[in-house]
Design a protein around this ligand. Structure first.
Ligand code: ATP
Length: 276
């Protein structure tokens, strides 16, 4: 490749990134004074944060600091844990998701989630993606075919599974299964995708594909990702929130600032590996 061609690609990539970074921050999710307890144990302490739309926000911090708890608070997955109590407010487009009139199932269609371990249903590739659409009432075969293809293309999986839509989702590789779960999440047209360590169970090549995919997904969705991998947070996120032990949100800022010039000494100590 000539130097001119290389610089063209570089310019394109930089332009894309600049566009994303320069996009004004429109808040899509906001927590105010969020406290979460499991029984008597406090897992999140007075967390206030504004998460911008169409950006990747990384949640980092040592084990047990409440990262997954925070993620589950956003789409009310914590409702399913009996011992869990949530106080404070969590707004999605200005509506408190803990208001009595919010249907958690409908909320989870708007705020999808992808987990650490790929968890396809024991069904065909097609049925994994079609599942949520059928639940929503879509039953026309052609419409379903279209929507399934769109979701699989959106998850960068279509080319690999086009000829085996009837095979079991469980027969795919780990990385493909995770992209199938992403396809399942985006099929119902969410606005936000929550990802809880989505690459930690994958080999480096499969993990890298998911990272590339996240970079594409954020054009259409907002991504909030919990990761233990600080290089990954630095590589893929626009904003980084650092939680520390006790469930305290210690600092939230542009990712470059968090990694290069954090305001809080504890964040610097954590990033440089002095603890955690
Ligand atoms: N289902 C639960 N029941 C009781 N306590 C829980 C439950 N889930 C989490 N906790 C507790 O809440 C605290 C925060 O846990 P959480 O899983 O949110 O942290 P985390 O930062 O995601 O941890 P890790 O990085 O190890 O996954 C921990 O002390 C944990 O033991």
């Amino acid at each position: 490749m000539s130097t001119e061609e290389q610089s063209l690609i570089t310019t394109e990539v930089q332009t894309e990134n600049t566009t994303r970074t320069d996009r004004p921050d429109e808040t899509v999710l906001e927590s105010r004074g969020l406290d979460v307890h499991y029984g008597d144990e406090r897992a999140l302490s007075d967390v206030s944060i504004e998460i911008p739309e169409h950006k990747v926000t990384a949640i980092i911090g040592p084990s047990g600091c409440g990262k997954s708890t925070f993620l589950r608070s956003i789409n009310r997955m914590n409702d399913q844990i009996d011992a869990c109590r949530v106080d404070g407010e969590l707004y999605f487009h200005g509506k408190n998701v803990y208001d009595d009139d919010v249907d958690p199932v409908a909320l989870r269609r708007k705020i999808g989630q992808v987990f650490q371990k790929p968890n396809p249903f024991p069904k065909s590739v097609y049925d994994n993606v079609a599942y949520g659409l059928r639940v929503q009432g879509l039953d026309d075969k052609l419409d379903l075919d279209d929507a399934v293809e769109r979701a699989l293309r959106g998850a960068a999986l279509w080319d690999e599974v086009e000829g085996k839509l009837d095979s079991s989702g469980l027969d795919l590789s780990g990385g493909q299964q995770q992209r199938l779960c992403i396809a399942r999440a985006i099929a119902t047209d969410p606005e936000v995708i929550l990802m809880d360590e989505p690459t930690s169970a994958l080999d480096p090549v499969a993990a890298s594909k998911i990272e590339d995919l996240i970079d594409e997904l954020v054009e259409e969705y907002t991504v909030v990702i919990v990761t233990h991998n600080m290089q990954q947070a630095a590589r893929i996120s626009d904003k980084t929130a650092v939680f520390l032990t006790g469930g305290e949100l210690v600092e939230f800022d542009d990712t470059a600032t968090i990694f290069e010039d954090p305001a809080d000494d504890r964040v610097e100590d954590y990033i440089t590996g002095k603890f955690g």
